[in-house]
Design a protein around this ligand. Structure first.
Ligand SMILES: [Zn+2]
Length: 103
């Protein structure tokens, strides 16, 4: 999960993107990372930007649709990475960096 306290909320810099576009971003990252989320949901969340169930069901906060592309990518990669690694250990952190530094 991606706690909202892990990062300060960014100022809105972009127009809201449609939910379909966001889901397409998630699927594009999933393909790149070779993971298969079972389901992708978008709904308002109070304390987290995103969460991931043990069955691979991903939920993203609706507010993400109003966040800058770079931040959206961070949250998406973080959550998808949990399909491979359930914790936030050193392996998680180094893969997270590696995925986001690649184009
Ligand atoms: Zn997490």
């Amino acid at each position: 999960m991606f706690e909202k306290t892990e990062l300060k909320p960014w100022k809105t810099l972009e127009e809201t993107i449609p939910a379909d576009i966001f889901k397409a971003e998630v699927r594009a990252w999933a393909k790149k990372m070779r993971v298969e989320p079972a389901e992708i949901h978008i709904r308002p969340m109070k304390r987290k930007w995103a969460s991931c169930s043990s069955r691979g069901r991903l939920t993203f906060d609706t507010e993400l649709l109003r966040q800058p592309a770079k931040f959206r990518a961070e949250v998406i990669v973080h959550e998808l990475l949990h399909l491979k690694i359930p914790n936030h250990g050193p392996l998680f952190r180094s893969l997270f960096k590696a995925y986001l530094s690649k184009k």
